[in-house]
Design a protein around this ligand. Structure first.
Ligand SMILES: O=C(O)[C@H](O)[C@@H](O)[C@H](O)[C@H](O)COP(=O)(O)O
Length: 316
């Protein structure tokens, strides 16, 4: 068992969760998009390690210091465009993002590569489709004239009758997006957003689906006979999730309190959510409302909103 305790941000109200999650997502975006600038600054100043929470960010990219850092930003951007790579789960998370993100003016949507943590194998027009829901509730509502459009990587809808084919095809999409399997053993998302169901499943990794939970090589697995919702699905695997720079759980409502208690107090039960909570230790945060923490004995933290940051890019 790990001794690293995850950060658990607790909120009285659901709306508090949505706003804080949006702020955290934007912060992760800003860190990802300025990483090269940071590295350069750090290499000249003999600074600290690369990714993660960074005080450097505010210093390098605050409105005040933009002009001084712009030259180095330009050189770096010409070399390789940075993208913010995020994985989204389905379920209530989509509504949380809808409420929190769409009203923000500092989301650089045109720099986002959006993937899905899992997908239910139903037509996109179905209310059960994770991509379909994300499209209707978020993607279609972005003011693209102002902010541009993200790249969105979803499953091939033509393959929903063949879970294995669909998983293989989505894995190829990931391989392409993350520079090829030979050069990267695992894709590395800047941010992996997860919900958690009352049974402890995350993405479409269900308790007792041992083969999927033990998968070490595949990035994407087929799921058949899922115990809830659409029975055929595909899911990104535990090693992929745990390899992310940040793994964030967003959970709300009293129906989730028992599972949160199990995850936090009985990790040995080996729920998929516990495996990730342990496996990504040090990079995990939870955004949870008070209802979902009823009778759960954990140290709660107050979420501190980040100062606004203004990013400038060559091509804007
Ligand atoms: O496609 C899926 O089934 C989701 O990705 C799934 O893992 C979801 O995140 C949880 O079931 C929690 O969903 P709720 O937040 O709606 O309870």
């Amino acid at each position: 068992m790990t001794t690293t305790v995850p950060k658990i941000f607790a909120f009285h109200e659901f709306s508090g969760v949505a706003e804080a999650v949006a702020d955290y997502v934007v912060h992760a975006q800003n860190v990802a998009l300025t990483e090269k600038v940071k590295e350069r600054k750090q290499s000249t100043s003999n600074g600290a390690n690369g990714h993660g929470e960074s005080k450097e960010l505010g210093r390098v990219n605050s409105t005040k210091s933009v002009s001084s850092s712009r030259d180095s930003t330009k050189k770096i951007n010409r070399r390789k465009e940075r993208r913010f790579k995020i994985a989204l789960s389905g379920g209530s998370l989509i509504q949380v993002l809808h409420e929190g993100l769409l009203k923000r003016t500092d989301v650089h949507w045109n720099k986002w590569d959006i993937y899905f943590a899992d997908e239910r194998l139903v037509p996109f027009e179905s209310s059960e489709s994770n991509y379909g829901q994300a499209k209707r509730k978020i993607l279609d509502q972005i003011d693209t004239e102002k902010y541009g459009s993200p790249n969105v990587y979803h499953i091939d809808e033509n393959l929903i009758d063949d879970p294995q084919e669909c998983a293989d095809s989505y894995e190829k999409v990931l391989i392409k997006g993350f520079a090829g399997r030979d050069s990267v053993k695992l894709p590395m998302f800047d941010l992996f957003l997860l919900g958690c169901a009352p049974d402890g499943h995350i993405a479409s990794l269900f308790p007792n689906f041992q083969e999927n939970l033990r998968e070490k090589l595949a990035w994407v697995v087929p799921v058949v006979n899922a115990p809830s919702g659409p029975s055929t699905r595909i899911s990104l695997t535990i090693p992929v999730i745990c390899h992310s720079h940040r793994v964030t759980f967003v959970v709300e409502g009293a129906t989730k309190a028992p599972v949160i208690k199990t995850i936090m107090e009985r990790p040995e039960k080996g729920l998929p959510s516990s495996i990730v909570n342990e496996g990504a230790a040090g990079r995990v945060s939870w955004f949870v409302d008070d209802d979902a923490l009823t009778d759960v004995f954990v140290t709660k933290k107050k979420y501190k909103f980040h100062d606004p940051v203004e990013l400038h890019f060559d091509n804007e």
